[in-house]
Design a protein around this ligand. Structure first.
Ligand code: SF4
Length: 463
C-alpha cells in the first residue's frame, strides 16, 4: 500500500494501514480517519471500553465501583486519575469479582451476585456500578439481570455498566456506557419529581487536583451555584438532583456531549460548551455562563473577577514567554477539548506545536485543531508509541504534554513532559491553573537535565 501524500516525504507511518489516521496540516484537504476501532497489532495509546467508562464514573465518591472480570482489569483504579473528594472516600476502594478459569467455563453470574451481597452487607453503599469487562462479554454473563435482582434484593441502585471490550475496540463506547449508567441513575422513579432551580450542572469535570472546586469558587463569586458535577466530587444523592438544573456546562465534550443532549431532550435543560484550561478560555467561558443568566449583577461580578485575575496571569505568562519562545511542543491527550486548550496555551507561551493528537477526537474536532495549528503540524488520531516516538524525534520536540503512558516515552528520549491527565496532583484549570501550567512547561522544557541525557552520561562513566 502506498503512503498517504499528506505526510512529508520520508515520514511514512510505522504501519501502512494507519496512513489515513495521520495528516500534516496544509498539505492536503482530505479527512482524517478517526473514531475507528484500534488497529490490531498497533498497541494504541487509547484505553479500552471498560476504562473509558471507569474514567467517567469513578469520581462518584460514595458509590462502589465493582469490576466484573479478571483481577487485572481492576488495576485501573482511583489512583490512575486521582480525582478528589470533599467527603466520602469509598470510590478509592477497589472491588473485583476476580473471575478465574472455573467462572469462565461455568459462568460468573453467581459470583457477581455473591459479591454484591457481601459489599452491601459490609459497606452499605447508596449505589453500586457493575462494570462488564472483555471476559464477561466473551462468556456472556447477563449482568443486567443480576443487577436488577440485586437491586430488588437490597433496595439500592445496582447499575450495570455495559463496557465489555469485545463489543467494540473503542474507548468512546465506554463513555457512552457510562453516560447510559448515569442517565439511569438520575431518572426520577415513578411519582417522584425533582424541583427546578437556578443552579447549573457541570458535565465532563472530574475534579482532578481539585479543579471542580476552583471553578465552583469563580461561579460562586459571580452569584451562580453548581447543582452537581458529572462526576467530579459528586455523590449518588447529588446526581439524582441533576434534572433540577437550569443549564448544563459541558467541559469534556468527548465524554459528555451525548449526555448533555440526552438531558436536553429528557428534561429540557440547554447546554453550552465551556473550557477552563487557559486564562483566555476561562474568561471566555465565564462570560458565556454569565450571559446565559442575563443578569446585570452577575455580569458586573464576572467582569470584575476576570479583570482581577487577568492582572495576575498576564505578567507571569509574559515572563515565561521570554524563555519559551521558539521551543517546539507535542501534545497527545484523550479528548479534543483538552488538545485545543493546550494548543492555545502553548501558543500564548510562544511555543510551536509540531504534532498533536487525541484518543477520541471526531472529524469536527480535528478540523478545529487543524485550523489553529501552523502549516506542517502533524495531526494523529489514536496514535501508538512507535508513531509518537517517530514524530517526537523527527520534529525535534523540546516538550510534550500528555498522560501517564506518554510520560516515559518522552523522558527516555530526553524530552520535557507535562502531565495533563492522570498523575498530576495540582489543578491546571482556571486562572491559577494557567499560571501553574506555564510554570510547569517552563520548568520541564528548560531543565538542564535534558542536556545531560542527550549527551549520554554513561559514555563518561565508561571512559
Ligand atoms: S476490559 Fe479487556 S482490555 Fe480492558 S483491562 Fe480488562 S481485559 Fe484489558
Amino acid at each position: 500500500m502506498e503512503n498517504d501524500c499528506s505526510l512529508p516525504a520520508g515520514s511514512a507511518p510505522c504501519i501502512d494501514e494507519r496512513q489515513f489516521s495521520i495528516m500534516t496540516t496544509g498539505k492536503n484537504k482530505s479527512r482524517i480517519h478517526c473514531a475507528d476501532d484500534s488497529l490490531a497489532g498497533a498497541v494504541s495509546q487509547r484505553a479500552c471500553v471498560y476504562s473509558g467508562a471507569r474514567v467517567v464514573l469513578n469520581p462518584v465518591t460514595d458509590a462502589v465501583h465493582l469490576v466484573h472480570g479478571p483481577i487485572g482489569c481492576a488495576s485501573y483504579t482511583w489512583d490512575i486519575r486521582g480525582s478528589l473528594s470533599s467527603d466520602s472516600e469509598m470510590f478509592r476502594q477497589s472491588f473485583s469479582t476476580d473471575l478465574k478459569e472455573r467462572d469462565v467455563v461455568f459462568g460468573g453470574e453467581p459470583k457477581l451476585a455473591a459479591c454484591i451481597d457481601e459489599i452491601v452487607e459490609k459497606y452499605h453503599p447508596p449505589a453500586i456500578f457493575v462494570y462488564s469487562t472483555c471476559v464477561v462479554g466473551m462468556i456472556g454473563d447477563d449482568i443486567i439481570a443480576v443487577c436488577k435482582e440485586a437491586s430488588h434484593r437490597h433496595g439500592i441502585e445496582v447499575i450495570p455498566v455495559e463496557s465489555s471490550g469485545f463489543i467494540s475496540g473503542n474507548k468512546i463506547v465506554g463513555y457512552r456506557a457510562a453516560g447510559d449508567a448515569l442517565l439511569k441513575l438520575i431518572r426520577p422513579k415513578e411519582g417522584e419529581t425533582v424541583e427546578k432551580t437556578r443552579k447549573l450542572n457541570y458535565l465532563g469535570e472530574y475534579n482532578l487536583g481539585g479543579e471542580k472546586w476552583l471553578v465552583e469558587s469563580y461561579l460562586r463569586e459571580m452569584g451562580i451555584e453548581i447543582n452537581v458535577a458529572f462526576t467530579g466530587d459528586s455523590t449518588v444523592a447529588d446526581l439524582k438532583k441533576a434534572p433540577g438544573a437550569c443549564l448544563n456546562l459541558v467541559q469534556c465534550t468527548g465524554s459528555m456531549h451525548w449526555v448533555a443532549m440526552s438531558l436536553d431532550q429528557e428534561y429540557g435543560i440547554p447546554y453550552i460548551d465551556v473550557n477552563f484550561f487557559g486564562a483566555e478560555n476561562t474568561a471566555e467561558s465565564l462570560r458565556k455562563i454569565a450571559s446565559f443568566y442575563g443578569d446585570d449583577e452577575i455580569m458586573r461580578r464576572t467582569e470584575a473577577l476576570i479583570e482581577r485575575e487577568m492582572k495576575k496571569v498576564r505578567p507571569v505568562i509574559d515572563r515565561y514567554r521570554e524563555k519559551l519562545t521558539g521551543k517546539r511542543a507535542a501534545i497527545y491527550v484523550g479528548g479534543a477539548f483538552k488538545a485545543l486548550a493546550i494548543i492555545r496555551q502553548l501558543k500564548e507561551l510562544g511555543m510551536e506545536v509540531m504534532f498533536t493528537g487525541t484518543q477520541t477526537g471526531k472529524q469536527e474536532d480535528y478540523e478545529q485543531i487543524s485550523s489553529i495549528v501552523s502549516e506542517g503540524t502533524v495531526v494523529i488520531d489514536d496514535a501508538n508509541p512507535a508513531e509518537i516516538e517517530k514524530f517526537l524525534l523527527e520534529k525535534d520536540v523540546d516538550m510534550m504534554a500528555g498522560g501517564v503512558k506518554e510520560r516515559f516515552l518522552a523522558h527516555k528520549l530526553g524530552i520535557g513532559f507535562v502531565d495533563h491527565n492522570h498523575d498530576r496532583k495540582d489543578g491546571l484549570a482556571g486562572f491559577e491553573g494557567a499560571i501553574r501550567f506555564a510554570r510547569e512547561v517552563y520548568a520541564t522544557t528548560c531543565s538542564p537535565v535534558w542536556e545531560r541525557v542527550k549527551k549520554n552520561p554513561f559514555e563518561e562513566v565508561q571512559d
